[in-house]
Design a protein around this ligand. Structure first.
Ligand code: 3PG
Length: 471
């Protein structure tokens, strides 16, 4: 078996965790799975469709990818693990990594499906990155929750776009006064004419100060600066000139802005001492079809680059992702050692010790009645955000904010939300409008996964990616 004159199959090879990238692919093709594995390994490392007069032993030995594991699951389909030597990659240049492993291979015409399930980054590569400057502990310090360890609560001001700066800031004031820690711009609100970025910023800072006098706490505003690179730099410089490090979190639409700009902006925010908030809008375009990249791959990159708090989905809200899948994304944000979970297409990986955890953000279809279930899934180290679940509350924004905060307080007192609602009318109204998500459903799903890990893995090995836990 060979592709372009060379064989990349090396089933005796054992990857070296210090130096090798390991990638788990799912592929379905017109050719045999062995042939497909060869093609992927060739096109993503040193080879091409035919033999090369310029290939030499040194290149072949030091830079080629090795298919060290392959498992057929159906006709011309299967899982493939490929190891890439660190020498293949340009240190600190994530774009070169993306162009190699997440690049040309997706266009190979014989492929019917190609999905990058997960990547394990070697320790030596991780040393090139500094990770989050604040991360989870720093976000807790900013909000003042290091001691009680309660979940953070926030809101995305709605409507997504259209409010004037004063209207927007008024909603923010109501949300802060109702007990929320953070308000944020939506992913599609930046500097539109009806709500200029600077005008909104100053109005929100005033609202935050006024609310802080009532609540006695430090509130945060995640300000979306996503734009062409030079404008983002201007905005970060402006925030620095205003000295807003304790109040403004720099929000970035990480996927749509691209990794190059992200890396540069994160260098700047770290230098100036700003926390960062990553929104993953757009990633699902390359995640939900037959061709794509699982979000955990991007999430690992964002953690290495240094995002402090990151949207990871909810498992119980309006966005895709089952509780088991989202729990894995929570683990990628928070844990150092990630176990292999084959039924999720998740590889074993260890983050280097200097890479701090990120705070995972559960956002998308959240309301107070879902808080018990969200905590069952994400634990207390989470930032729970509700947009419509606050501003759609029958009593308005302030009462919506109160309902969300009450649900979190109930968790901290060990009282189920439905019980707490008997003495907290705002929470009761939220549950009456949107219902209550039972945490037992989440607990059962996680328990089922734990108890049946081997069976689930065997099923995926037999049936392929379609049997993987997803929605
Ligand atoms: C987000 O930024 O996550 C979404 O805008 C969430 O909005 P929602 O809480 O109204 O679903």
């Amino acid at each position: 078996m060979a592709y372009g004159g060379y064989s990349y199959l090396d089933f005796r090879y054992e990857p070296d965790r210090e130096n090798d990238f390991v990638v788990l692919f799912w592929a379905k093709s017109d050719a045999s799975i062995e042939q497909t594995a060869e093609a992927i390994a060739a096109e993503s490392s040193v080879g091409s469709w035919t033999k090369l007069s310029t290939m030499n032993d040194f290149v072949w030995k030091h830079y080629r990818a090795r298919v060290f594991w392959l498992h057929k699951a159906g006709k011309n389909a299967g899982f493939i693990k490929i190891a890439y030597p660190i020498e293949h990659f340009d240190a600190k240049n994530i774009l070169q990594f993306q162009a190699s492993v997440l690049g040309n291979i997706f266009g190979l015409k014989e492929l019917r499906e190609l999905y990058v399930c997960d990547i394990s980054f070697p320790k030596k590569y991780q040393k090139q990155f500094s990770g989050p400057k604040l991360g989870l502990p720093g976000m807790r310090r900013l909000v003042g929750t290091e001691r009680d360890g309660r979940p953070h609560v926030g809101t995305i001001i709605k409507p997504k776009v259209g409010l004037t700066p004063k209207e927007w800031a008024h909603a923010a004031y109501e949300a802060y006064s109702g007990g929320l820690d953070l308000v944020k711009d939506d992913e599609n609100l930046v500097d539109q004419e009806f709500c200029r970025w600077k005008d909104r910023l100053h109005e929100v800072v005033k609202a935050m100060e006024n609310a802080g006098k009532e609540t006695g706490q430090n509130h945060l505003y995640s300000s979306n600066i996503t734009d062409r690179y030079s404008r983002m730099v201007e905005r970060v410089d402006y925030l620095k000139a205003c000295g807003l490090q304790r109040h403004v979190v720099v929000m970035l639409d990480t996927y749509v802005m691209g990794t190059s700009a992200l890396q540069e902006i994160l260098e700047l925010t770290k230098k100036y001492g700003f926390a960062t908030h990553g929104h993953r809008a757009g990633f699902a375009a390359a995640n939900r079809g037959n061709f794509g990249v699982n979000f955990q791959v991007y999430e690992k990159l964002y953690r290495l680059l240094g995002i402090d708090q990151m949207h990871i989905g909810t498992g119980v809200g309006k966005m895709e992702g089952s509780p088991v899948t989202i729990k894995r994304l929570h683990d990628v944000a928070e844990l150092r050692k990630l176990p292999e979970k084959f039924y999720l297409g998740a590889l074993h990986m260890e983050f280097a010790e200097h890479i701090k955890p990120m705070l995972g953000i559960a956002s998308g279809g959240v309301d107070a009645g879902k808080v018990d279930a969200l905590i069952a899934l994400h634990g207390l180290n989470t930032n729970l955000q509700a947009g419509a679940g606050v501003h759609g509350h029958p009593g308005g924004t302030r009462k919506g904010a109160m309902s969300l905060r009450q649900a979190v307080d109930a968790v901290m007192h060990g009282i189920p939300a439905r019980e707490y609602a008997k003495t907290h009318p705002e929470l009761a109204q939220a549950i009456a409008k949107w219902g209550y998500s039972n945490p037992l459903d989440v607990e059962n799903a996680l328990e089922h996964e734990k108890k049946n890990a081997k069976k689930l893995a065997a099923l995926v090995l037999k049936k392929g990616r379609a049997a993987m836990d997803s929605e």
